[in-house]
Write a protein that binds this ligand. Structure first.
Ligand code: ATP
Ligand code: MG
Length: 395
């Protein structure tokens, strides 16, 4: 018996003339992600990608977990493949299904026949397979409404497939089909979630982290690299650019009014991010703000931040509550790292009473007190880049 993985397309099916481009991006990414698990054949047909091991050394468990994290699929399932005959289907069902149903008391069988030449109808196939299961395991019962296990038989172009229910895929659009974006990655809960959400919409994520050594520590930096590595479960590979804001922060403290520190710092961050985005081919910035969450995330504060850049700032969390963000953070596996208590450059020299309704004029008069361009150049010169790739420990 041959076991394979079936991955069902998500939104790609809605694409018209561009569909081949999306399909190409999806299979390229999938092949790259499967490479560590052995030699698989990857074939597309009928809005499905078939992942078939080509030899006995393939790690199907690893391939399955990986396929579930590749954006572009709504459903992923392991399935037994067999000839398109009722005899083969029944024999495979008897052999393949019992271990998958050991915990179940009830089941349902659905059949789907995209090959209309198959001599039996879908209800007939389902009834025969159901009958075979019942006679092999008399303790089981059929429940059409709330079955413990949903068995599916699919008669497709080249073969028939039997499986015990599909799991959700990662959804979204294939990596890179929406261009490249620069994620401003802090060590907090929000920005990794923002990166995940835009990656899900097909954005290839590149990251930028600001630090303020020695006010921020080596451990804080490592934490950010760990978060990037955890995100690679969905993003495959992330280049993380690191820029030091130490000089800028010391200069702001020396020359500017305290209540504007955060806003001025954010302005530098956005300008530096824009420069970095342009250099590395990113067409948008991605940040983790949620409206009203803190003083620097009011509408006025966001307007000031935006005025500092000329490229789009994508804020996928803008309308979400902290609770909703935390839920995603747990789901994608970044939460436990995010809550490690290391400092962030934004918490160095924080004002006691930050401005929540700043005007552009006020900001400009503060900016006039420092040599903005020289500070920009000096900070940008500190940029260095690390790369993190998908790691099995975070799958
Ligand atoms: P997070 O949980 O992502 O740190 P936050 O709620 O703490 O967000 P802020 O500190 O106001 O919010 O930061 C808002 C956004 O600015 C972050 O989501 C992130 O995109 C970016 N940001 C903040 N600090 C840094 C940093 N040190 N390096 C890079 N980007 C940062
Ligand atoms: Mg933060």
């Amino acid at each position: 018996m041959k076991e394979i993985i079936l991955c069902k397309y998500g939104e790609i099916i809605l694409k018209g003339a561009n569909r081949p481009e999306f399909e190409g991006a999806l299979t390229r990414e999938l092949k790259r992600r499967l490479a560590p698990y052995g030699r698989f054949s990857v074939r597309r047909a009928e809005s499905t990608v078939y992942i078939t091991p080509t030899d006995g050394d393939c790690d199907l468990d690893g391939a399955y977990e990986t396929a579930r994290c590749v954006f572009g699929f709504v459903g992923v399932t392991r399935a037994a493949e067999c000839e398109k005959s009722m005899e083969s289907i029944l024999s495979v069902a008897r052999e393949y299904l019992p271990p998958l149903m050991s915990f179940a008391r009830t089941f349902r069988v659905d059949a789907k026949r995209s090959d209309k030449h198959f001599p039996k109808t879908s209800p007939e196939i389902a009834a025969e397979v159901g009958g075979a299961i019942l006679s092999a395991s008399p303790g089981l019962k059929v429940d059409l409404h709330h079955p413990d296990v949903m068995i599916r038989v699919e008669i497709r172009d080249r073969a028939a497939y039997v499986h015990a229910g599909q799991e959700k895929g990662a959804g979204g659009l294939p990596r890179g089909t929406s261009g490249r974006g620069l994620l401003l990655l802090s060590g907090g809960i929000d920005s990794p979630v923002a990166g995940y959400m835009m990656a899900k919409r097909g954005v290839e994520i590149e990251a930028l982290h600001f630090e303020s050594f020695p006010y921020t520590s080596e451990r804080a930096r490592e934490k950010v690299f760990t978060l990037a590595e955890q995100l690679c479960r969905y993003c495959s590979r992330i280049h993380i650019h690191v820029i030091s804001l130490t000089k800028i922060q010391e200069e702001l403290r020396r020359a500017c009014s305290e209540e504007y520190f955060t806003l001025l710092l954010r302005r530098f961050m956005m300008k530096l991010a824009e420069r970095c985005a342009k250099e590395y081919g990113c067409r948008a910035l991605v940040t983790g703000e949620s409206l009203g969450q803190v003083a620097s995330q009011t509408m006025d504060a966001l307007a000031v931040t935006d005025a500092a850049t000329s490229i789009p700032v994508l804020r996928p969390l803008i309308g979400m509550d902290k609770e909703e963000i935390v839920e995603i953070s747990r789901k994608i596996g970044t939460f436990d790292t995010s809550i490690l208590p290391y400092e962030d450059c934004c918490t160095v020299f924080t004002p006691r009473h930050p401005k929540t309704r700043p005007t552009e004029e006020e900001i400009l008069s503060e900016v006039a007190k420092i040599d903005f361009d020289a500070l920009m150049d000096e900070a940008y010169a500190t940029l260095y880049t690390e790369t993190r790739r998908v790691s099995e420990q975070y799958l």
